[in-house]
Design a protein around this ligand. Structure first.
Ligand SMILES: [Zn+2]
Length: 287
């Protein structure tokens, strides 16, 4: 075992700090208009959306604390000087909530399970905890702008909501959608493979061909994009189940891979191997 002197440790820590800060140094916050007063925002982490009302800005998701100044600057620019009022978290993952306290919103709304899980995390800043929670659905009517926050059953985690922008035909899916890539299903935080697939099917049935669909990760898409994502999950799950039915071991199924058709969905976070391992943990079908 390598033993380091305290001074060496301190030096290593000091040297690594600029590297950590640099991770966000060149990140820009970009806004894509979705409808009147509504934008999709990208930077680093989960995609955000900003809705400008007569007297405040409503922001969906918070990315990272290091980006808070840049995000707030973009909100000021988009709203001609209005401040962030309401922050809504789609779920509890760090790339969606890390900026909560640094953004300094007036209130933070999330599903009750998000508050429960973030409260249990001693390292999470108390000032960033949700101040208002709900369990099924919450409609907000704010100066002519209407939003509906809808909880969907356990899927990506057990605290995911999607945000409907009423009258604008836009939905923010949070991490219920990883556009064009294998999704992360967080089974350690209440996630469910079958729940995830069922929730995506549910949303497909609620939207039309003109609906703008904001994914938690990846590019802005539409109903067709959501259907491709759904088909990929159905097909790859069926493939894995067929191999299980033939008696192949988990190792053999991972080694066999999913084939050329799904190669493009592989990415650095959820590799093909990790996706297969997630599918192997799908709950047994109950009839
Ligand atoms: Zn997530």
């Amino acid at each position: 075992m390598l033993r380091l002197q305290p001074l060496t440790l301190l030096l290593l820590l000091f040297l690594s700090l600029p590297a950590l800060a640099n991770r966000f140094a060149n990140v820009e916050i970009n806004a894509t208009p979705l409808a009147d007063n509504l934008y999709m925002l990208t930077g680093s982490g989960g995609n955000m959306a900003a809705l400008v009302t007569d007297n405040e800005v409503i922001l969906i998701d918070a990315q990272y604390a290091e980006l808070a100044d840049k995000i707030n600057a973009k909100l000021t620019e988009l709203s001609s000087g209005k401040a962030l009022g309401t922050l809504i978290n789609t779920h509890m993952h760090g790339d969606h909530v890390n900026g909560n306290s640094a953004l300094m919103p007036k209130r933070i709304i999330a599903h009750a399970n998000v508050l429960k899980r973030l409260s249990a995390d001693a390292a999470f800043p108390r000032a960033g905890l949700p101040t208002e929670t709900f369990t099924k659905q919450l409609s907000l009517n704010m100066n002519g702008q209407q939003l509906r926050l809808e909880y969907l059953p356990p899927s990506h985690t057990d605290g995911d909501i999607i945000v409907w922008f009423e009258g604008k035909n836009v939905v923010h899916m949070g991490d219920m959608l990883f556009e064009g890539r294998f999704p992360f299903i967080d089974l350690n935080n209440g996630g469910s493979v079958r729940g995830y697939i069922a929730n995506v099917a549910y949303v497909i049935n609620q939207i039309d061909d003109k609906t703008k669909v904001v994914p938690g990760h990846g590019e802005l898409t539409d109903k067709a994009g959501l259907q491709r994502f759904h088909q990929m999950m159905l097909a790859t799950l069926a493939q894995v189940e067929q191999q299980q039915a033939k008696g192949l071991s988990n190792e053999q199924i991972v080694a066999a891979g999913l084939g050329e058709q799904w190669k493009n969905w592989h990415w650095n976070f959820i590799t093909e191997e990790r996706w297969i391992n997630t599918l192997l943990q799908a709950e047994p079908l109950t009839r």
